[in-house]
Ligand binder design. Structure first.
Ligand code: MSP
Length: 643
C-alpha cells in the first residue's frame, strides 16, 4: 500500500540548447504520473529543472560570446515556456545554479571527503571530451569500433584529480538490485545495468581542474577544482526534497523518491553513479529508476540538435493543441521502447483516436440528447450490462497501468470503453428509438453514453488537462470530486452525472485534420527546380546511334598525304588482320611523328571512301570541330569497343 506522498523527477535538462520533443516527452510523462497520483488523493512532489554547469554549457556560452551565467539565465525561459505550453504542473523548477543546491553539493563533497570516500590521485588516460568522462582503453576501443565515437573525440590527459570511491559500493549495489527486482525498469534495462556491473567498477573522477574547465561548483577542500557536472547534477534530486546533511528528517516525507524518470542514455549515471553516491551518504536508494526509450526520426536516428532532425514542440502544440501532443506521446510509444516520429503518424493518431473515436462519441452523445431529449442529462435507468462490464474492466486496467507508468496500455484499455460507447449507439440506433417514440429506451441509451463521456473525460484529465475537463464541463454539472475515488474503487461506474443538468454542445473537441497544417506541410515543401529546356537539336533515334561501331585504335604510323594539304594518312591498329589506313584532317595541329603510339577512337564501320587518291578505311574522333584541339583517346587495348 503506497504512502500518501508521491515523489517523481525528470532528468534536469542541459541548457546548451532549446527543448525538443525528446525533452517534452519525459516531462509530459512525469507530469501525467504526477497528475494521476494527485487525482488519487496523494500529495505529490514533482521536480524538474535545468542542468547548468559543465563543459557543454560552457562551450555553448562561449560560442555565443556570453559569460556562462548570462547564457544560462538567457536559456532557462525557453525551458519554462515549453513546460507552460504543455501545462506541466511541476512543484519546483530546480536550477543547479540555485543557491540551496550549490550549498548541498558543497556539503556532500565535504562529508564524503572527510569520510575518505573522496581522495586525490593523478590520473593519466583517455578523456572523452563530448561526454566529459574518463574512459578506459577498452571502452575507447569499443566505442571506436562500434562507430559511436571518432578518434578526435578523445584527449590523452595526465592530471591530478579527486575521485569518489565508487568501486567500494559495487557489491552493495548488486545486492540491492538483487533484492529489489523492480528497482530498475523496464527489466531489459535492469539486465543492462547488471551487465555493466559484471566488470569491476572503477572509482569516479569527480573534479575538473579550473584551468581546463571553470564552470561548476568549486570543491570546498580545493578551490583549484570544480565539481564534475554529473556529481553536481544528480544531487538535485535531494535538494528538491529540502534535504540537508545536518537538518531534520522532514525530507523523508518525499524520500525515497518513487520514480526517477530517465532516458535510456543516462541509465548508468543514475543507477550506478547516483546510487553509489547515496550508499556512501547512507541515504536510502530510490524506489524505482525507469528508463524510457527515444523518439527517433522516421529513418531511425535519435533526434538531437546536433543531428538537425529535432521536432519543434511549439509547432505541434500550435497546430494540434497541447492535449493532442500529450496524448500522442503517451499513446504512441510503449513507455520504455523507442518510437519513430512522423507528422503523418502524428496526424493519423490524432484523427483516429481523438477526432474520430472520442470526438465522435462526445458529439453524438451531446447532439442526440440535445435534439431529442431537451439537452439535459436524462434520468438514470439500469445501465446496459455489457457496456457497464466493459467500463468496469477498463477503469480497473487503466488505473493499474497508470500506477506502473504504462501509459500506452492504460489508454488502450480506456479506448475499449470509448469504442464500446460508439458501438452502443450504432446497435441501439437512438434515431430509430426517437422515431418510434420509445423515449424511456432512448433516455437510457443516451444516459449511458453521456456517462461513458464523463468517465473518459475524468480519467483522461491527467493526460488531457485541458480537453478532459472541457468534455466533463459539456456534460453539465461536473461530477463531484469524490466520484473519482468511488470510480476507482469500482463503484458508481457509469453513474457520475446528475439528471437534469444542462448540456453544452458547441465546437467539436478535436476538429478533424484532413491534411497536414500548412506550417507543417511547408517543412517538407521541395522547391521544384526551374525547367531549363534542352537546345534545339536534330535528334537521332537510339537505333541509329547503335549502328555506329566505335573502337579503340593505336596509331602505328603517320605520313603527309601526297595530294592534300590538310590531311595526314595514318596506319591504325584495331586488333584486326591488318591495320587500317585512315585519312584525317589534322595536319595543321599534329606533327606526324608525335602521333605514333597514340591511342585513338575510330568509327570502325564507316564505309571506306577514297580521299584524293588514298582509300580511307574509317574515321578517327577528334574534339574541337573545324579547329581540332585534341584527339579522343581511351586507355584500352586496340580493338576494345567504345559504347
Ligand atoms: N543533464 C543531463 C541529465 C542530468 S539528470 C541529473 C542530460 N540532459 S539532456 O538535456 O541531454 O537530456 C535530458 C533527457 O532528455 C534525457 O533523459 C534524454 O534521454 C532525453 N532525451 C533527449 N533526446 C531524446 C529523444 N530524442 N527522445 C527521448 N528522450 C530523449 O542528459
Amino acid at each position: 500500500m503506497p504512502g500518501d506522498s508521491f515523489y517523481i523527477t525528470t532528468p534536469i535538462y542541459y541548457v546548451n540548447g532549446t527543448p525538443h520533443i525528446g525533452h517534452a516527452y519525459t516531462t509530459v510523462a512525469a507530469d501525467t504520473a504526477a497528475r494521476w497520483q494527485r487525482c488519487k488523493g496523494r500529495e505529490v512532489l514533482f521536480l524538474t529543472g535545468t542542468d547548468e554547469h559543465g563543459q557543454k554549457v560552457l562551450e555553448a556560452a562561449e560560442a555565443r560570446g556570453l559569460t556562462p551565467r548570462a547564457h544560462v539565465d538567457d536559456m532557462v525561459p525557453a525551458w519554462r515556456a515549453m513546460m507552460d505550453k504543455l501545462q506541466v504542473t511541476h512543484d519546483r523548477f530546480i536550477r543547479t545554479t540555485d543557491a540551496d543546491h550549490e550549498a548541498l553539493v558543497r556539503a556532500i563533497l565535504t562529508k564524503l571527503h572527510d569520510a575518505g570516500d573522496i581522495y586525490f590521485d593523478t590520473y593519466e588516460g583517455w578523456y572523452l571530451v563530448t561526454d566529459e568522462v574518463f574512459v578506459t582503453e577498452l571502452e575507447r576501443t569499443e566505442q571506436l569500433e562500434s562507430g559511436a565515437q571518432s578518434e578526435d573525440a578523445y584527449r590523452w590527459v595526465s592530471e591530478g584529480n579527486y575521485f569518489f570511491k565508487m568501486g567500494k559500493y559495487q557489491q552493495a549495489l548488486l545486492d540491492h538490485i538483487a533484492a529489489h527486482p523492480d528497482f530498475i525498469q523496464p527489466e531489459a534495462r535492469r539486465n543492462e545495468v547488471l551487465g555493466f556491473l559484471r566488470r569491476e567498477l572503477t572509482d569516479l573522477c569527480i573534479s575538473r581542474p579550473k584551468e581546463r574547465m571553470s564552470w561548476g561548483v568549486a570543491l570546498p577542500f580545493d578551490d583549484k577544482y570544480v565539481c564534475y557536472v554529473w556529481f553536481d547534477a544528480l544531487i538535485n534530486y535531494l535538494t528538491g526534497t529540502g534535504f540537508q546533511l545536518d537538518g531534520d528528517a522532514s525530507y523523508q516525507k518525499w524520500w525515497p523518491v518513487d520514480y526517477h524518470l530517465v532516458g535510456k542514455d543516462i541509465l548508468t549515471t543514475h543507477s550506478v553513479y547516483w546510487t553509489t553516491m547515496l550508499l556512501a551518504l547512507g541515504v536510502d536508494l530510490p524506489q524505482h529508476i525507469y528508463a524510457h526509450g527515444w523518439w527517433v526520426s522516421s529513418d531511425g536516428d535519435k533526434m538531437s540538435k546536433s543531428r538537425g532532425n529535432v521536432i519543434d514542440v511549439d509547432l505541434l502544440v500550435q497546430e494540434f493543441g497541447l492535449d493532442a501532443t500529450r496524448y500522442f506521446f503517451l499513446r504512441e510509444a510503449r513507455f520504455g521502447a523507442d518510437s519513430g516520429f512522423s507528422f503523418e503518424g502524428y496526424m493519423g493518431r490524432y484523427n483516429a483516436d481523438l477526432a474520430n473515436d472520442l470526438g465522435n462519441l462526445a458529439h453524438r452523445a451531446l447532439s442526440m440528447t440535445t435534439k431529442w431529449l431537451g439537452g439535459v442529462v436524462p434520468q438514470r435507468a439500469a445501465p446496459d450490462a455489457a457496456l457497464h462490464a466493459t467500463a468496469v474492466a477498463a477503469v480497473e486496467t487503466f488505473a493499474s497501468q497508470m500506477d506502473r507508468l504504462q501509459f500506452q496500455q492504460a489508454l488502450v484499455a480506456l479506448w475499449d470503453v470509448v469504442k464500446a460507447g460508439n458501438k452502443h449507439i450504432d446497435t441501439t440506433q437512438p434515431w430509430a428509438l426517437n422515431k418510434a417514440g420509445e423515449t424511456a429506451a432512448l433516455a437510457a441509451v443516451m444516459r449511458d453514453v453521456l456517462e461513458v463521456c464523463a468517465l473518459v473525460g475524468t480519467l483522461m484529465a491527467p493526460v488531457l488537462p485541458s480537453k478532459g475537463p472541457e468534455l466533463v464541463a459539456k456534460l453539465g454539472a461536473s461530477p463531484p470530486t469524490e466520484w473519482l475515488t468511488e470510480l476507482l474503487a469500482g463503484r458508481r461506474v457509469l453513474d457520475g452525472l446528475t439528471a437534469g443538468s444542462a448540456l453544452q454542445t458547441g465546437d467539436p473537441l478535436f476538429p478533424r485534420h484532413r491534411e497536414l497544417p500548412p506550417k507543417i506541410a511547408a517543412l517538407f515543401a521541395v522547391e521544384e527546380p526551374e525547367e531549363v529546356p534542352l537546345p534545339e537539336i536534330d535528334w537521332i533515334a537510339y537505333d541509329d546511334f547503335a549502328k555506329v561501331e566505335l573502337k579503340v585504335g593505336t596509331v602505328l604510323s603517320a605520313d603527309i598525304h601526297p595530294n592534300a594539304d590538310k590531311l595526314l594518312v595514318l596506319q591504325v591498329e584495331l586488333g584486326e588482320a591488318r591495320p587500317r589506313t585512315i585519312c584525317a584532317g589534322i595536319k595543321s595541329v599534329f606533327e606526324p611523328a608525335a602521333l605514333v603510339g597514340r591511342s585513338v577512337v575510330v568509327v570502325a564501320n564507316l564505309a571506306p571512301r577514297t580521299l584524293r587518291g588514298v582509300a580511307s578505311e574509317g574515321m578517327i574522333l577528334a574534339a574541337g570541330g573545324a579547329d581540332v584541339v585534341d584527339l579522343v583517346s581511351a586507355a584500352a587495348p586496340p580493338g576494345a569497343p567504345v559504347r
